[in-house]
Write a protein of this length. Structure first.
Length: 141
């Protein structure tokens, strides 16, 4: 990451923390961030709500499938409609509309069948795995 990326990330984090402090960090606000292409703010918002690093959130939202996003949205107690909207916005970036809808329907079952508590456990595991992976790389480097 260059200095510009770091500055954008810091500004996005500050914006998200202010919105959160003002009780304005709603699912609709977060969806609008994604819709308008404000990815650093979207990542910061999801990281704040889920209490996860931006690196972990980045891995989740840039995954080719939206299964990790389903787990994330369930863990932060977003509705199925909110999850579906975010999933379609992310899927449309990588595939056509018909493919996006098909993928979404496949993943909706996961969203519907996992509890928020179980989703939170999965997120914590991914987060620790990411930290473990980084620690191993640092030790090996």
């Amino acid at each position: 990451a260059d200095h510009t990326d770091i500055a954008i990330g810091t500004t996005a984090r500050q914006l998200v923390e202010k919105l959160h402090g003002d009780d304005a960090l709603t699912p609709e606000t977060i969806i609008n961030m994604l819709r308008k292409g404000h990815i650093p703010a979207y990542i910061a918002a999801m990281g704040l709500l889920a209490d996860l690093s931006e690196q972990t959130i980045r891995r989740i939202i840039f995954d080719a499938s939206v299964e990790p996003l389903a787990i994330l949205c369930k863990a932060v107690k977003f509705s199925e409609a909110h999850f579906s909207t975010m999933a379609l916005l992310l899927l449309h970036q990588n595939s056509d509309q018909r493919q996006s809808t098909t993928k979404l329907y496949e993943v909706l079952e996961i969203f519907r069948n996992i509890s928020s508590d179980k989703a939170l456990i999965v997120l914590r595991y991914w987060h620790s795995e990411s930290f473990l992976g980084n620690a191993v790389k640092e030790l090996a480097g």
